[in-house]
Design a protein around this ligand. Structure first.
Ligand SMILES: *Cc1c(COP(=O)(O)O)cnc(C)c1O
Length: 393
């Protein structure tokens, strides 16, 4: 079957009792067994019968199976947020005395997870420039657990060369983990680029109209420790598995993700082009623009699409606040890839807890606004932006 078909037909080799065409929501904490033997088989992994919804649930397994068939991965784990997916994958692969090599240009909570949370347990993070292969190579030593990157950093919009990072990690025999939230995993093959493990926030494109939080670990099977640790230890001990209601919504979201994404990414590109010519905007940062320094690399890596997030730079922070306060259609909200467009001032919100010097080191500027572009008419979005800038239309 081709991808379009797999998106709406996921074969799990079992018939629903009532012939339901959607996988039902199995809202049950525990599952019964016909015998002591069947129970033992399930508990030690000799069968895949569900036991307890902290570690396995039919509705969640169905969602995982659909992601697995679409990505071609060996294993997929669904968690109750993107951060749960990221933290579980990291914890599975590291330990006290180990180190992690990554960039300082990461999602704010991921930076804090590395520095504060994992740091407290004796895991060191080495923040380097992932655009510089030599810096990456020299940061890796025999205690490096993995290299971690985001495919398009937010809000800096940097794109690293994934194949060249993968050449380094393959040579060192350590995993390359990529946070692929910014472009749906259905749009390009991270594994063909050399990524060993994908982590992502399914809260974003996949959930559909921002209905729910979720996260995925998509494991291409090159480092079996990940599967063992997640499946037999961390699902049990950390308790951050996805819930059935959410899995149901995100299974539906996955059926339409590429249709929604196409509209949103097309809107983002058209808007970026118009905003570039708009008075009052100093700069537009979107990798889909041909003069963007990362355009060619992004085009080669991500299947010719560029996401639905862009940033604009205004004169200063004051102008950013005025702009945001005057928006009428675009919502003042965090989150990305809702069907509705969203605007936020990252420096004072997502990165508000960081000191000014830390923000400067992360290249999070005071005069930048992040826009997540939805499915509205581009004309309406453009009109809202122009009026919020105080320009005449
Ligand atoms: C939103 C986001 C996350 C965190 O996901 P949640 O579902 O909010 O926990 C991680 N990485 C990136 C790049 C994100 O945009």
């Amino acid at each position: 079957m081709e991808k379009e078909t797999k998106k709406v037909h996921t074969n799990i080799g079992k018939e629903d009792s009532f012939g339901g065409l959607n996988m039902p929501i199995y809202h049950s904490a525990a599952f019964g067994f016909p015998s002591a033997k069947a129970m033992a088989d399930a508990f030690v992994g000799r069968s895949d019968a569900p036991t307890y919804s902290r570690v396995a649930n039919p509705t969640v397994s169905f969602f995982e199976e659909r992601v697995k068939q679409l990505s071609g991965a060996k294993n997929v784990f669904a968690f109750n947020s993107g951060m749960a997916a990221i933290s579980n994958a990291m914890i599975a692969l590291t330990a006290s005395g180990k180190n992690i090599v990554t960039s300082a240009h990461l999602f704010g909570n991921t930076v804090s997870l590395l520095k504060n949370t994992l740091g407290r347990f004796g895991v060191e993070t080495r923040f380097v420039d992932l655009l510089d292969p030599e810096a990456v190579t020299s940061a890796i030593d025999e205690n490096t657990a993995f290299v971690f990157l985001e495919i398009i950093t937010n809000p800096q919009m940097e794109v690293a060369d994934i194949r060249s990072l993968s050449a380094i990690t393959r040579e060192k025999k350590i995993p390359l983990i990529a946070d692929t939230t910014i472009i749906p995993f259905t749009q390009f093959s991270a594994s063909e680029l050399g990524v060993d493990i994908e982590v992502l926030s399914s809260t974003k494109y996949i959930s559909g109209s921002a209905s729910s939080l979720g996260g995925l670990v998509i494991d291409y099977g090159n480092f079996p420790q990940l599967y063992r640790s997640l499946k037999f230890e961390l699902l049990y001990n950390l308790g951050s598995y996805m819930t059935p209601q959410v899995a149901f919504m995100q299974t539906l979201g996955l059926e339409t993700v590429d249709l929604r994404y196409k509209v949103q990414a097309d809107n983002a590109l058209e808007l970026a082009k118009r905003l570039k010519e708009t008075p009052g905007i100093q700069d537009v940062n979107y990798v889909g623009l041909e003069d963007n320094p990362f355009h060619e690399l992004a085009k080669a890596q991500f299947g010719g699409t560029f996401g639905a997030m862009l940033t604009i730079d205004l004169e200063d922070k004051q102008k950013c606040y005025e702009f945001i306060d005057h928006l009428q259609l675009i919502s003042r909200a965090t989150n990305l890839f809702d069907s509705k467009s969203l605007a936020i001032h990252p420096a004072s919100t997502i990165f508000g807890a960081f000191a000014g010097s830390q923000r400067r080191a992360m290249n999070v500027r005071d005069n930048t606004i992040r826009l997540s572009i939805g499915m509205e008419s581009v004309n309406d979005l453009y009109e809202d932006i122009v009026q919020a800038l105080g320009n005449n239309i």
